[in-house]
Design a protein around this ligand. Structure first.
Ligand code: E4P
Length: 219
């Protein structure tokens, strides 16, 4: 199971990388805006800075929604580094763009997946990753975990070569459900990833070990 971090914040990416658990990064236009990154050249420089931190797999999203625009932007993004995965929205022109990039050997991440049907289309077009948004489905009273279950079951029947990248992951429960269902990747903010660390018995046990050590060593 791979762990990606869902942020454009360089400090968070570095912190996660240094933990030794990071396999990649996902960004989106909202996350770039949160960091105040604007303008083509600044955006490219920021992606380059992310690529300089991590080993591979940095999802960079196109802004265009027409085929020609997505191809132009996607090629510019892919030229930044071989680590870039071009992130394309699940729309009709997006499918065509995925097919194009797949034929050029450029990896894609099809984003904003909310149904298994969309995941099938993205896989058939040749997406490297599909990103079903778990948290946003939960937010509207649907069930993000059920969608991961459905997509992993469908993909297991075929030989698509598309990885399930569970996105909009909000906490440890989502991560563990994805692990049980065999999702290939989860992407989450650092806070959600770090929440996996915590257990009260670990803290209690460590405090006891240190207290016992101190007791005999201070005699
Ligand atoms: C996926 O790649 C998206 O960037 C992301 O996971 C969206 O998550 P959110 O619903 O928490 O914004």
């Amino acid at each position: 199971m791979k762990f990606f971090i869902d942020t454009a914040n360089l400090e968070e990416i570095k912190e996660a990388y240094d933990l030794g658990i990071l396999d990649g990064v996902t960004t989106n236009p909202s996350l770039m805006a949160k960091e105040g990154i604007s303008g083509d050249e600044n955006v490219k420089a920021h992606y380059k800075a992310i690529c300089d931190i991590v080993d591979d797999k940095v999802s960079a999203e196109v802004i265009a929604t027409d085929y020609e625009g997505m191809i132009r932007e996607g090629e510019e993004l892919a030229a930044i580094s071989p680590k870039i995965v071009v992130k394309i929205p699940m729309i009709k022109d997006g499918l065509k763009a995925i097919k194009y990039f797949s034929s050029k050997g450029i990896r894609t991440n099809c984003t904003l997946i909310f149904s298994a049907g969309q995941a099938i289309l993205a896989a058939k077009a040749g997406a490297s990753y599909v990103s079903p948004f778990m948290g946003r489905l939960d937010d509207i009273g649907a069930n993000g975990t059920d969608l991961i279950d459905q997509i992993t079951a469908i993909y297991a029947n075929y030989d698509f070569g598309t990885e399930v990248l569970a996105a909009s992951v909000r906490g440890p429960k989502h991560v563990l459900e994805c692990a049980e269902l065999g999702a290939d990747v989860i992407t989450a903010p650092l806070k959600a990833i770090l929440a996996l660390l915590n257990h009260p018995l670990t803290d209690k046990g460590l405090a006891q070990f240190l207290a016992d050590h101190k007791r005999v060593n201070e005699k």
